[in-house]
Design a protein around this ligand. Structure first.
Ligand SMILES: [Zn+2]
Length: 451
């Protein structure tokens, strides 16, 4: 078989791998490159293969850096089948529509055609078929099995058998124990392994104390009578926050104050979480027990979902203390900016950062303590408190990646380190070589290997 690294080589985003045996060509993921903006030049480049020759695409999970180029693939001639778990399909539709909107706006500003439009997304969704974890799936000579990656709801690692060999694609791996997901699964017997390395050089802190830290921060913020703003990614982080706040409300740890989810995308995605919330395939035993006892795990008295612009603006009329969860997760767009503009100058308010903030994002500037920032061209003085909890990352850290590699790759001939910046890929490769004695390498973009 032949494997080509068509994306996410020495880079976190743009996950895209081509696996060929005979005339069957399968892609694993077809993600967007996410630099400082979506309409990055890289996304406009021709695919390094002919889209009409691709038999199928297997999608590991619904983050845009894993699915965001699917409508472009369809637009350029792909007519095969797209496979994923059921939640991934449902998330993908909302995620792609949201992205199309951003792509359109960015392209208009730059005076270039958008990468794709809503009609391409509609065509993409018609090609989609779903499989549960461990359900049989044969594509030509390949037999495929999806394993729970524990990263976001419905996320999968992919085990493929062909030519009497086994190859495993990790997808993105989770940071177990996640509040409501099941543990990451470890496919066995791989001859070849691709492992993500987003956090290949880092260890998460505060994993055990994260909930206590959240409780203390929310209590302190509410107690000071201001507004607690939580910028959160729409997929998984928002629902994690709701899940944790729900538990704290249930045990009466928190004063009853209004909590707003002010993100149309997060609201739609939360509906998908609710759709699958009774399925023991996707949620851990503790959560299934809670749901069976009648608990609504993402909902509590005082929670309001503000879908429309008018509803969003009406949040201003509600007197503090109040909590607002909104996108974008790195304060680089979305409705959170309106709240930050209004409440960052207020010394009684708090900004709570619970996710990764990339260099140059507004979130990173705030995290680093900048006291004067600019939003929509206006200078804003930051007098609100800025708090940070790191334990809610959805990615495995170096220790968890090594544990996965030690189990999945123990009989492997080659381990390929992907989906990480060069530094973190390099750090993980060295650890895998020196501690696990495995043959680890970092492939280059568009490199092809015969396996
Ligand atoms: Zn991901």
């Amino acid at each position: 078989m032949k494997l080509t690294f068509c994306g996410a080589a020495k880079n976190v985003t743009g996950s895209n791998y081509l696996l060929e045996s005979g005339s069957t060509k399968i892609l694993i993921d077809c993600g967007l490159n996410q630099g400082s903006e979506f309409c990055d030049d890289l996304n406009y480049e021709k695919f390094p293969y002919e889209p009409e020759e691709i038999t199928a695409v297997i999608i590991t999970h619904a983050h845009i850096d894993h699915i965001g180029k699917l409508p472009k693939l369809v637009k350029e001639g792909f007519k095969g089948t797209i496979y994923s778990t059921y939640p991934t399909r449902d998330f993908a539709e909302s995620m792609l529509l949201d992205t199309a909107h951003v792509l359109f706006e960015e392209a208009e500003k730059k005076g270039r055609p958008p990468l794709y439009d809503i009609r391409d997304i509609e065509k993409t969704m018609l090609l989609w078929q779903c499989r549960d974890y461990h359900e049989d799936l044969d594509i030509g000579p390949f037999s495929v099995e999806l394993y729970d990656a524990g990263h976001v709801l419905g996320s999968a690692s992919v085990l493929m058998r062909v030519e009497n060999k086994k190859i495993v694609f990790s997808g993105d791996l989770g940071n177990a124990p996640a509040p409501f997901l099941k543990e990451t699964e470890y496919p066995q017997g791989a001859d070849f392994v691709l492992i993500e390395s987003a956090y290949g050089d880092r260890l998460h802190e505060h994993l055990n104390e994260r909930k206590k830290l959240l409780e203390e921060t929310v209590k302190r913020a509410i107690g000071s009578g201001g507004v607690l703003m939580i910028p959160a990614f729409a997929l998984e982080r928002t629902q994690e926050m709701l899940f944790e706040l729900n538990e704290l409300m249930e045990k009466n740890s928190l004063p009853k104050v209004p909590v707003f989810v002010d993100s149309p995308l997060a609201i739609k995605l939360t509906e998908v979480y609710e759709k699958y919330s009774e399925n023991p395939m996707y949620f851990n035993d503790k959560v299934i027990g809670l749901i069976k006892s009648g608990e609504d795990i993402f909902n509590f008295p005082g929670l309001r979902m503000t879908l429309t612009k008018d509803e969003s603006k009406a949040i201003n009329e509600v007197p503090p203390p109040k909590v607002v969860i909104a996108g974008a997760g790195m304060s680089n767009g979305g409705r959170i900016l309106h709240h930050e503009m209004r409440y960052l100058p207020d010394p009684k308010s708090t900004l709570l950062i619970v996710g990764y903030q990339s260099v140059n994002s507004l979130g990173r500037k705030l995290l680093e303590g900048e006291k004067e920032i600019s939003i929509f061209g206006e200078e804003i003085k930051v007098k609100a408190k800025v708090a940070f909890i790191s334990g809610y990352s959805a990615h495995a850290d170096q220790k968890q990646l090594l544990k996965w590699a030690a189990s999945v790759g123990k009989d492997s001939k080659r381990v390929f380190i992907v989906q990480g910046e060069e530094n973190s890929a390099d750090a993980l490769r060295n650890k895998i070589k020196t501690e696990l004695y495995l043959n680890a390498e970092i492939p280059s973009l568009n490199e092809t290997v015969l396996l």
